[in-house]
Design a protein around this ligand. Sequence first.
Ligand SMILES: [Zn+2]
Ligand SMILES: [Zn+2]
Length: 142
Amino acid sequence: MEKVKKLLENTALKATPQRLSILKEIIKSGHIDLDSIYKNLSKSFPSMSLATVYKNIHTLKKHHLIKELSIENEKSKYEIAAQKEHSHFVCTQCGSVIDVEVDKKDLLAQVENNANNFDVQSCDVYFYGVCEKCKNSAKRSN
Ligand SMILES: [Zn+2]
Ligand SMILES: [Zn+2]
């Protein structure tokens, strides 16, 4: 809980129990979608609506505490923004999202060479494929 409180302390946001719990859920799972956060929290906050979770997520995102991952054919997932820069591998079979470290220097150099006067501020890379777990279970059933 301390880590979560620190995150909020750096912003002007009030550390409401809802916000703390949402951040805790995100830290716990690494990457999680809105519906899963709502489902997990409804045990501790039975009266909290999906709209409230959505509103809090939106606020946390606006204050750059969390980042939204836009994943093809999947619901958006959220992760803590203050992390070492990384890209994502998405399993097209089980939907799990795995952090991968990729050196994007060459990629950014190419963009800057090809597009004059463009100032690249961010670059999100997603890789799609089959994760190790799904690969192994496919092998076993053969
Ligand atoms: Zn998988
Ligand atoms: Zn990540």
